[in-house]
Design a protein around this ligand. Structure first.
Ligand code: FMN
Length: 349
């Protein structure tokens, strides 16, 4: 029981902390300021000819934008999931649910993850942590996905968060076996997702070898989960460690560059705050850009209308930058000319 209350309290703490201003990286950025799109003074097309649609996991998005995994398990989380799913469906975007561990351990909270009544066509991602999923059977995981109507499952990697979290996991073995098992048995695609520390080329290659083709790099520069845990830590040593590792991770733009040429599809999450960040992430090679905290903040400030308005703005900027780089399609934006600063260029494989 104490454990159950603990998960629910943790979810509430996470939402409150992430909606505030004290969980960002301190010195490190996502490095989008090290990436300039090159202006095209002669686009030779009407603005309406810009085609921002993109194929992802068997569905067509109206724009390359994902609302990244955030929450579930509480009444507040249910409202957020349902409102954001409705908006994502209306706008033709994709969305990830928060970790379904809560739903697995407390089946009575399953309704807080159920969004299909309000988002029947949405490209929807389920979500489980690697350390939890490892201990579940494929049938149990398949049921969690089927119960929410997920099109794909994100397996999130979060070793930095776990080691600074009070009571966090310490055993990170068996990950590749899990990916291999899910790719062959789950029946829906698997996405390997970090949670704010990025994915290196070497790790992507290892995971790719299990058959996983989709990655959400969720790199450094946006929400720092080590920072979230630094606020929650009570133990002095844990506090010290979290303070020291606050800025740990591979910047998001760098992580996208690291995955180039591996034949994988990347979603770039972590520190994307504007449509211009999304456009740059795509130009660096990502299929789509993901946003978590900024969507949460827009929803907190203005409810479903606030989230809709914010995301509309993101889409408008992406489409404008497609025109201004002479990119008629997202595939053309992926090939758009880029000028990289030295701090980003050094991550190029
Ligand atoms: C309130 C909140 C809860 C989150 N919960 C999860 C989660 O359950 N599973 C997961 O994979 N990522 C989770 N994340 C991480 C985000 O999906 C994302 O990778 C990270 O926040 C970086 O994006 P941002 O800088 O736009 O916030 C959460 C993020 C926030 C803000």
């Amino acid at each position: 029981m104490a454990d159950r209350l603990d998960i629910s309290q943790r979810k509430k703490d996470h939402l409150a902390l992430c909606a505030g201003d004290n969980v960002g990286f301190r010195e490190k950025t996502a490095l989008f300021e090290q990436c300039d799109l090159v202006h095209c003074a002669l686009p030779e097309m009407h603005a309406d000819e810009v085609d921002s649609r993109v194929e992802l996991l068997g569905k067509t998005l109206a724009a390359p934008v994902v609302i990244s995994a955030m929450t579930g398990g509480t009444d507040e989380a249910a409202k957020i999931n349902k409102d954001l799913a409705q908006v994502a469906d209306e706008l033709g975007l994709a969305m990830g649910l928060g970790s379904q561990r809560a739903m697995f351990e407390r089946p009575e909270t399953a309704w807080t993850f159920e969004v299909r009544d309000r988002a029947p066509n949405l490209l929807l991602f389920g979500n489980l942590g690697l350390v939890q999923a490892r201990k579940m059977s494929t049938a149990e995981i398949r049921k969690l996905c089927a119960d929410v109507g997920a099109d794909a499952l994100c397996i999130h990697l979060n070793p930095a968060m776990e080691i600074v979290q009070p009571g966090g996991d310490r055993d990170f073995g068996g990950g590749l076996d899990l990916f291999r098992r899910l790719v062959s048995e789950l029946g829906i695609p698997v996405i390997a997702k970090e949670t704010g520390c990025g994915i290196s080329r070497g790790v992507a290659q290892m995971i790719r070898s299990t058959g996983v083709e989709h990655f959400d790099v969720s790199g450094a520069g946006g929400t720092s989960w080590v920072a979230v845990e630094a606020h929650r830590a009570e133990d002095e040593e844990q506090k010290r460690l979290a303070q020291e590792l606050w800025d740990w991770g591979i910047p998001t733009a760098a992580s996208v560059l690291q995955l180039r040429g591996l034949g994988v599809k990347a979603i770039a999450t972590g520190g994307l705050r504007t449509g211009s960040h999304v456009a740059k992430a795509v130009a660096l090679g990502a299929t789509a850009g993901g946003l978590a905290a900024p969507v949460l903040k827009a929803h907190r400030a203005g409810g479903i209308d606030g989230a809709r308005e914010f995301l509309r703005g993101v889409i408008t900027t992406v489409r404008s930058l497609m025109l201004l780089t002479g990119s008629r399609t997202v595939a053309e934006l992926q090939r758009a000319q880029l000028m990289l600063g030295p701090d980003l260029a050094r991550w190029q494989p």
